[in-house]
Design a protein around this ligand. Sequence first.
Ligand code: FDP
Length: 353
Amino acid sequence: MPILNVSQLVTLEHYIAREEYKYPGATGEFTHLLHDLSFAIKIVSRDVRRAGLNDILGLANKENVHGEEVKKLDEFAHEIIVSAMERSGRLALLASEESEDIILPQKKYSYGKYVMVFDPLDGSSNIDVNVTIGTIFSFYKRIDESSKEPGTLEDVLQPGYKQVAAGYALFGSSTVFVYTTGHGVNVFTYDPTVGEFLLTNQNVKIPKKGKYYSTNEGYYNKWEPNLQQYFQFIKEDNKVNGKEDNKDDMRPYGLRYIGTGVADIHRTLIYGGLYLYPADNSMPQGKLRLVYEANPLAMVIEQAGGRATDGKTRIMDIEPTSLHQRIPLFIGSEDNVLEVERFLDGTHPYLSK
Ligand code: FDP
């Protein structure tokens, strides 16, 4: 019995090329960038899958058997992605969580009209314990598209609604590549036996409401009182004390928290619900990064029909002021995000009980 029906065998490369035909006048430049990125992701995936082995070899003398220095996996993923992408000649600059400043392609490559931002390996606390981690990415057009000069910080500090594509790769029970160019979200799963990403879920839609919430609830005491009330509310059982059984009321919600934002948000995309990383009294700006975490994930979730805000404002409307800016994030099914927002703005009827 074949694993996939033959009619479903659409590779990522094939899909990207097919998409391009839909845009008269498309130059194919962007298609090439996505090809380069999928190549980089295959390399990162291979090395994530061998991470434990590399560590054991490396631990002996701090060098592996080839006499090479053993790098931390997140630094390694950063280097692979920069090296695969800079040589395309289509990027004006890159920006990564692993680099303090913007990264310019080496002088021997030319500067193109696109900007790439990425988090090479999200979920760093999970790398050494075999729990799902992922790479987040997004692309913008530089402000002056005709410029042949190196890109500038201004080219990166654009609001998320200007992203031309965004997505992520997840290294979990399989490796998946999820991306959107603003026309729906598609999921590709890596088949290592043929070395290709195959289309496994086309035009994914997030459920309008879900019964999972995902957050580090250990910080409960640091949160604002209205948010604490939200957590009381979602744990109440809608069926106790002879209350009317309302099918839309899914309480008590179930808790799921991997601690890798991109993995928690991927589950939220598929099953519905809410992922939140709020501000608290020790991190008033929140923890997650606007440019290379919140914006790309917001674009994917919105394209799937969901919602992403900082509790008030749409994430993709926020003007970034610095490369590593942090932001509170409430993201997921539309109804769940609206529900928590009503607690934050004090209008939810539960608050007046
Ligand atoms: P990490 O620091 O482990 O890289 O982006 C940062 C992030 O992971 C998210 O992926 C994750 O959801 C969150 O931080 C985990 O933070 P807590 O340890 O505070 O829960």
